[in-house]
Ligand binder design. Structure first.
Ligand code: NAP
Ligand code: MG
Length: 502
């Protein structure tokens, strides 16, 4: 690939103005530098050039933010707001993002590398939809009344009920693959239920969260309700997990970090919800509509450069259509225009960082070393940015690294299905259980298969179709708890039983 010029030149005025401003953290309604005065660079993965410097928050800043969130939760204007006020604020925030949609898309494309078209039409729209969906929940948190017998006090009567109360201060730690979407998914239910937040964006992609912070203050959230601390996981993230004023940690990221966070959170018995990694199967049957299944299986892995927790990274195809499907997926890969996110014609951008590029390339090398064959792709492109060719591996065996490990890049491993009775065992042969797709027009087969797949979401004749109404989360080592839908309310509220003698 040719060298790519500084992409900042491609930004519209709003995004360029935002990038040009010094970057601070949002603590207690104020934009502040890190207490230690340190900063770190956020980098454009298409060029390797620094976009801007970011405040490097650490334990001291997390402490300020957590205390501010505690004050905001216990006193001040926030607890006085009624559910409909919280609904209105969330809707206003969604409107404000929508009004600045192109700016958000450009900032995301620059910081993360993703094609601006997808950033605009997937990321921004998903974030806006999700916040509006959660706005509706603010007025719909319900409890139950109970008809209790009172065995210890024969003859007495009681009125008993269960109410749901906001958990309190929530620490939210998010990854870099969908930075704005992840921020919205995290703050939405917290703000709908009346919690307060300390959010730590990923070090690679802090920019859209900071822009979101500006809008949060503009639309009128009381100070301290949302605090945003930029910094590193090992310092700022870890401090959030340990902080005594934080009641819950909501984390999205890798399974190893999720386990560490879960263990550390237990020291203060924090509530924990975890959305972790995956190695999701896409299962294509011979009776599927190939016009949908082939591009569907291709986009299941190549969308967002494969950096999707539910990416269809293990492709299983019935033997008699194996060559047709795998060659079809390879053809889609070859047709994708690779380029920087801010080039409107790009369909596949760079992966997020040079570390990620090295990680993915070392797994591709492991694939070759263990005897897998790439029928397309397999190489890094150019020496300046973090571009990797979309790659399709065949001749793979179940114990190979490329089959077992989450690659989180544009790499799929294809295996043939010889006996349909083997499908559940093949699909479930992983420590993960986040998503799966089945491509088939045989309704009975699909219904027999769905209960046998150990995954939090099973798609049929589609993949990666997320909706705020659909609970989302993982079986096995893909996580703990379900975000979205009615289920997320339980993650952000405590249950309180009340018993009144009458
Ligand atoms: P990661 O290394 O686990 O980082 C995720 C977040 O955790 C970042 O904000 C990171 O901060 C922070 N962190 C790292 N170490 C920490 C520690 N010791 N204590 C507290 N926080 C810590 O994951 P990633 O590489 O950013 O993202 C890729 C992974 O996320 C993939 O495995 C993917 O499957 C998973 N993911 C899952 C979902 C889902 O919904 N299930 C969605 C998206 C991504 P720094 O950025 O500063 O390191
Ligand atoms: Mg970056």
């Amino acid at each position: 690939m040719d060298a790519i010029a500084d992409q900042k030149a491609r930004l519209g005025k709003a995004a360029a103005d935002f990038i040009a401003k010094p970057k601070k953290m949002l603590i207690d309604g104020e934009w502040v530098a890190a207490a230690g005065g340190k900063t770190f660079a956020t980098v454009d993965p298409a060029t390797g050039l620094t976009i801007t410097q970011i405040a490097e928050g650490d334990a001291t800043d997390v402490d300020r933010a957590a205390r501010a969130a505690r004050r905001a939760f216990e006193s001040g204007d926030w607890p006085k707001l009624k559910p409909r006020d919280r609904e209105r604020l969330l809707n206003k925030l969604a409107d404000a993002i929508e009004a600045n949609a192109q700016e958000f898309a450009e900032i995301e494309a620059l910081d993360n590398g993703k094609p601006v078209f997808f950033a605009r039409h997937a990321d921004v729209n998903i974030a806006v939809d999700f916040l509006r969906y959660m706005a509706g929940w603010a007025t719909k948190v319900e409890g139950t009344t109970l008809n209790i017998s009172g065995a210890m006090a024969p003859g007495a009567d009681f009125h008993a009920y269960v109410s749901r109360e906001p958990i309190g201060v929530v620490g939210q730690i998010i990854p870099w693959n969908f930075p704005l979407v992840m921020a919205a998914w995290k703050i939405g239910p917290a703000l709908a239920t009346g919690c307060t937040v300390v959010l730590k964006p990923a070090e690679q992609t802090p920019l859209t969260a900071l822009r979101l912070g500006e809008l949060i203050m503009e639309v009128g959230y009381p100070k301290g309700v949302v605090n945003i601390v930029t910094g590193f996981g090992e310092t700022a993230g870890a401090a959030l997990v340990e902080h005594p004023e934080v009641d819950k940690i909501a984390f999205t990221g890798s399974t190893p970090v999720g386990k560490l966070i879960g263990m550390n959170a237990m020291k203060t018995m924090k509530r924990v919800s975890l959305e972790l990694g995956g190695k999701s199967p896409a299962i294509v049957m011979a009776d599927a509509n190939m016009e949908a299944a082939i591009p569907g299986a291709a986009m299941a892995i190549f969308f967002n450069q494969g950096q999707v927790c539910t990416a269809g990274s293990r492709l299983f195809v019935e033997r008699k259509v194996f060559d047709q499907v795998v060659e079809g997926v390879a053809k889609v890969a070859q047709s994708m225009k690779i380029g920087p996110g801010l080039d409107p014609s790009s369909q596949l951008g760079p992966v997020v960082s040079s570390e990620q590029k090295e990680r993915v390339m070392s797994l591709i090398q492991a694939g070759y070393a263990e005897g897998a064959r790439a029928i397309t792709g397999g190489k890094a492109l150019g020496d300046q940015g973090c571009f990797i060719e979309p790659t399709v591996f065949v001749d793979v065996k179940p114990d190979m690294k490329v089959v077992r490990e989450e690659i989180f890049g544009p790499v799929v491993v294809a295996q043939a299905i010889d006996d349909i009775n083997d499908i559940p065992a093949m699909a479930n042969d992983t420590i993960y259980g986040l998503g799966a797709s089945i491509w088939s027009n045989n309704l009975s087969f699909v219904h027999r298969m769905v209960p046998k797949i150990k995954a939090g979401t099973v798609w049929v004749n589609c993949h990666n179709m997320l909706d705020p109404a659909m609970p989302f989360g993982g079986y096995k080592q893909s996580g703990l708890g379900r975000e979205m839908g009615r289920a997320v309310i339980d993650l952000y509220t405590e249950s309180k039983s009340v018993c009144i003698a009458i």
